[in-house]
Design a binder for this molecule. Structure first.
Ligand SMILES: [Zn+2]
Length: 209
């Protein structure tokens, strides 16, 4: 029986998806990629009636984390990111804020690695380290909810750019192949930009598959 209520906000200068995952059994809530405009995220959380317990980052680009500091302070909750993403998060040129917005860096409170199992908000979450878009990009998989938060790794019929600092086309190819091979076809995919999809759909129609 699924217990997640998943809501999407599109925020910031490049239209990034912020995902809110509320456990309807205990009211706890996770924030995936707090892109920008923390007031709008808080308003949405209030409307959902959830109690935030953690912030999950799929990677360190500024357009996925500009609201993280505000929300961390507001709710007193940890920011979680892939250990391999520390260099991007803490370097304003590598996280693109220095050239696209105003310089901004961020330190996570908890660094995770591939295969890490997190137990947050009453959900079990598996971390997939999926380098390619950036060296420390990762995806969060909730097997019981059959949903993957894929960041800028896997998009509907596309994948993330690999020409930014620490990006790699070869790594991206391997990461996308792995997701499509290891996850069930029915898995709902909630990406960092644009509309959601499924693993089964991407297996058939993603040109990078
Ligand atoms: Zn990105």
């Amino acid at each position: 029986m699924k217990k997640a209520v998943i809501e999407q906000l599109v925020l910031g200068m490049v239209g990034t998806n912020t995902w809110l995952i509320k456990n309807k059994e205990n009211g706890e809530l996770l924030i995936v990629d707090p892109a920008d405009e923390s007031a709008r995220i808080e308003e949405k959380i209030n409307r959902m009636g959830g109690k935030p317990v953690a912030i999950l980052l799929t990677h360190g680009h500024f357009d996925h984390m500009l609201a993280a500091d505000d929300l961390r302070d507001e709710y007193g909750i940890p920011v979680i990111a892939c250990a391999a993403e520390q260099q991007v998060l803490t370097d304003a040129m590598k996280n693109l804020s220095g050239s696209w917005a105003s310089a901004h860096v961020l330190l996570a409170d908890q660094w995770v690695c591939d295969g890490k199992k997190l137990d947050l908000a009453g959900f079990s979450i598996e971390v997939f380290h999926t380098p390619g878009h950036t060296a420390g990009s990762c995806c969060y998989y909730l097997p019981e909810e059959e949903v993957l938060f894929s960041g800028d790794t896997l998009f509907a019929q596309s994948v993330g750019r690999t020409d930014f600092p620490t990006g790699s086309g070869a790594d991206m190819q391997a990461s996308v192949k792995r997701l499509l091979k290891e996850l069930p076809e029915t898995t709902r995919v909630c990406p960092g930009h644009n509309e959601e999809t499924t693993i089964g759909y991407e297996k058939r129609y993603n040109p990078f598959a």
